[in-house]
Design a protein around this ligand. Structure first.
Ligand code: COA
Length: 258
């Protein structure tokens, strides 16, 4: 698929996806969501790619939200469909991806932009970044998982406040809240994320996928996360990576995972 709204690069075993609509502060229109879906799917199927880093083009914004101009005239049914399709194709898709995804938040992450960052497995922000869910100021609510993932990450009270006030928090506040793991300068952002990605890439991809599934199970309705962990723990014993990892430890050498 040819992309018009995103850039995809692969450097060794780390992939970078850059949302590239800087003139619209990288707002997520339907075409961009479609392209992101295809890019994540194909990178996830590429066995050489161990980690995916997602960021925004330009110095101002990660993503300033869903594209307001696209949904301003939607009906009730169209609104529900927009949220359903978006969650299915992008937000839930990323959260449940087998390949780890890091969000490198390089500026405004608002509405769908913060929801996109929250769907990633963890987040790093540049010091100029600002985050919020301003949807209620537009007469709508977060529809790409924001009412669910924000309370998971920061607790119910802080999530309620951020959503109700439609306010923005700084990168440092987001770190205090546990929404982002690190704050670095904008110049350092991608290389910092790449260093984290390299650390992840040294470990067993098979085990990391099983860990993602087990952690996510805690947040899935009707699923007992402890049971999912037991099952995935057991399955690990049947993998080549387990044999290699434990053998390498006992032989006092670095593992060489397939
Ligand atoms: N949807 C569509 N277009 C958007 C957008 C969005 N979510 N966010 C920004 N843009 C567009 C603006 O319309 C403007 O386009 P134009 O130059 O054709 O008029 C361009 O991006 C630059 O944005 P602008 O508002 O001029 O920049 P700013 O520096 O004055 O303000 C923000 C930056 C992020 C505070 C402001 O753009 C904003 O509030 N955006 C909407 C955030 C939002 O409510 N997101 C949730 C959507 S559900």
């Amino acid at each position: 698929m040819e992309f018009n709204n995103i850039l995809v690069e692969i450097d060794a075993n780390i992939a970078f996806i850059t949302i590239d609509r800087p003139q619209k502060l990288n707002a997520l229109n339907i075409d961009t969501i479609e392209e992101l879906h295809e890019a994540f799917k194909s990178l996830n199927n590429n066995k050489n790619v161990k980690v995916i880093i997602i960021t925004g083009s330009g110095e101002k914004a990660f993503v300033a939200g869903a594209d307001i101009s696209e949904f301003a005239h939607f009906s009730v049914l169209e609104g529900a469909e927009l949220a359903r399709e978006g969650q299915y194709k992008l937000f839930d898709f990323i959260e449940n991806l087998e390949t780890p995804v890091i969000a490198a938040i390089n500026g405004f992450a608002l509405g769908g932009g913060l929801e996109l960052a929250m769907a990633a497995h963890f987040r790093v922000a540049s010091s100029n970044a600002k985050m919020g869910l301003p949807e209620v100021s537009l007469g709508v609510i977060p529809g790409y998982g924001g009412t669910q993932r924000l309370p998971q990450l920061v607790g119910k009270g802080k999530a309620m406040e951020l959503i109700m006030t439609a306010g923005m928090i700084t990168a440092d506040e987001a770190k205090d809240w546990g929404l982002v793991n690190y704050v670095v300068t904008q110049e350092e952002l991608l290389s910092f994320c790449e260093t984290l990605a390299q650390k992840i890439a040294r470990n067993s991809s098979v085990a990391i996928t099983a860990a993602i599934k087990s952690v996510n199970a805690n947040f899935t309705n009707g699923v007992n996360g402890y049971n999912v962990e037991i099952e995935n723990f057991g399955k690990s014993f049947g993998t080549n990576d387990f044999k290699e990892g434990t053998t390498a430890f006992l032989e006092k050498r670095r593992p060489n995972f397939e």
